[in-house]
Ligand binder design. Structure first.
Ligand code: ADP
Length: 454
């Protein structure tokens, strides 16, 4: 048994020794010259040992190394290679094993890369994703899905979907995907810290024999879309409401004028002047709506030109001065000489008119409205301050919304459309500028408008 545990080379060496000893015993029967006998045996021993060495080095050793290398490859170590100096058929075997190892290594690198790419895609898509097998066990959930439901991966993987997901709509989408074996679409509201709207897309997964193997469910966040949709609906409702009032009034008074035989010229005149006022209101509203829609167009462009502030004021102030005077308000302009900046002429004019008109409209008789223009490092700062009714703190963040008014009746009485500041904000932002407001109820309001200098 100890013999078997010896290294092969020693085993063969012992066998050769036994053969040589045996031939020595046989030869000694016929040979009397012991020196010749020893020389013959020694030569025989050397030749056999050289043969053994040759066979061992060229066949036994490479085969052993090949077996070891293949063992490593089977274990998945594709970096294993054979290095043994051999020639002939053994060299070709060695080359082929190394080539196989290289191919396997490339294959595994490719597979790894593909798996990594797939994981990157799954983890980075903006939607939540969950993979379920045909028995209903969850196999994969991505990062977005986890952040949506606020649990950990281990809380889902290996569990039945209906045990760990408690949204009925998601259950239904999964069941329908399995039942109809086709794509399913639905929408769901998920309540986390705020309400989120999702579109659910369920798709069945089939194997090559077209047997259902599971389903993948993608939750696509449509909260922003929903918000936009509701804003659009609100906008349409607001516009309809704004149009309804003057139109009802125009229709009512014109019908009265037509139906009744009005001999009273004064009353007829009064009715006609109401109709005139209301149609003016309609016109302003439509003009404001058109301005807004023009500004909101993606390709809305500014015609930038070098503007001289004093020239601009020469065009704007006369219109407003008249309005201020008729309301008993002092309108002042303070500016440094030679103030220039690059901006869209009609845009800046509209901004100034809207803000100054508001200041006059929301300032009681005897008040003061001041426009101050100054040059700052990066911006041209235009400030319009009044001594008017002011804006309550809670309304300040909302005044730039379309149709938002602090006091509806007052705004309507001054001919306001509720769109003036929304237009201002749009124009200023198109210039990459900013608009800020500070106000104190019954003390006054100051609008700060910043236009970039260039
Ligand atoms: P409106 O046509 O109603 O004036 P705006 O969009 O121009 O619409 O302004 C929105 C609301 O902001 C106004 O209805 C008003 O309540 C408030 N507001 C704007 N400017 C002033 C101001 N200078 N002083 C007080 N309130 C103002």
């Amino acid at each position: 048994m100890r013999f078997l545990s010896l290294k092969p080379i020693f085993r063969y060496a012992i066998i050769i020794f036994i053969i040589v000893a045996f031939t020595g015993i046989v030869f000694s029967q016929f040979m009397n010259n012991y020196i010749v006998l020893v020389l013959v045996l020694l030569t025989e021993y050397i030749i056999l040992m050289m043969m053994l060495h040759f066979v061992f080095d060229n066949y036994v050793k490479p085969i052993r190394k090949a077996t070891d290398t293949l063992d490593e490859l089977v274990k998945g170590n594709f970096r294993a290679r054979m290095h043994h100096p051999v020639t002939g058929s053994m060299a070709s075997l060695l080359m082929k094993i190394n080539k196989l190892a290289r191919s396997l290594s490339e294959l595994s690198i490719n597979e790894k890369m593909q798996a990594e790419q797939l994981t990157t895609v799954i983890e980075n898509i903006q939607s939540g994703l969950i993979l379920i097998d045909e028995k209903g066990y969850i196999h994969l959930v991505n990062k977005n899905f986890l952040s949506l439901f606020g649990k950990k991966e281990k809380d889902y993987i290996g569990y039945l979907y209906y045990d760990v997901l408690d949204n009925e709509k998601i259950h239904k989408a999964i069941q329908q995907t399995f039942l109809y074996e086709e794509k399913v679409k639905d929408s769901v509201i998920v309540e986390s810290d705020h309400e989120q709207y999702f579109e659910i897309m369920g798709a069945p997964i089939f194997d090559e024999k077209n047997i259902l193997k599971g389903a993948v469910l993608v939750l696509y966040d449509i909260t922003e879309l929903k918000k936009l949709e509701s804003m659009r609906k609100d906008f349409v409702a607001n516009v309809s409401h704004e149009l309804k009032t003057p139109i009802t009034s125009i229709r009512g008074f014109s019908e009265t004028l037509l139906d009744e035989d009005l001999n009273d010229k004064d009353t007829a005149r009064q009715f006609l002047s109401i109709i005139n006022e209301e149609s003016k209101r309609l016109q302003t509203l439509i003009e404001d709506l058109l301005s807004l829609s023009k500004l909101e167009k993606e390709d809305s462009r500014l015609e930038l030109a070098n503007l001289h502030f004093s020239e601009l004021m020469d065009e704007v102030i006369p219109v407003l001065k008249q309005q201020a005077e008729s309301s008993g308000i002092t309108l002042k302009v303070e500016s440094v000489d030679g103030l220039e900046f690059k901006a869209d002429r009609s845009g800046v004019k509209q901004v100034m008119i809207n803000v100054l008109a508001n200041a006059i409209n929301y300032t009681p008789n005897g008040g003061e409205v001041t426009l101050i223009a100054e040059e700052q490092k990066e911006y041209i700062h235009l400030m319009v301050k009044d001594t008017g009714i002011g804006i309550p703190k809670e309304s300040l963040p909302r005044i730039f919304e379309r149709f938002y008014r602090v006091d509806k009746a007052r705004s309507r009485n001054t001919g306001g459309t509720g769109l003036g500041l929304a237009i201002v904000k749009h124009i200023v932002e198109l210039h990459n500028g900013k608009v800020e407001v500070e106000s104190e109820v019954n003390k006054g309001t100051a609008f700060h408008i910043y236009f970039p200098k260039n």
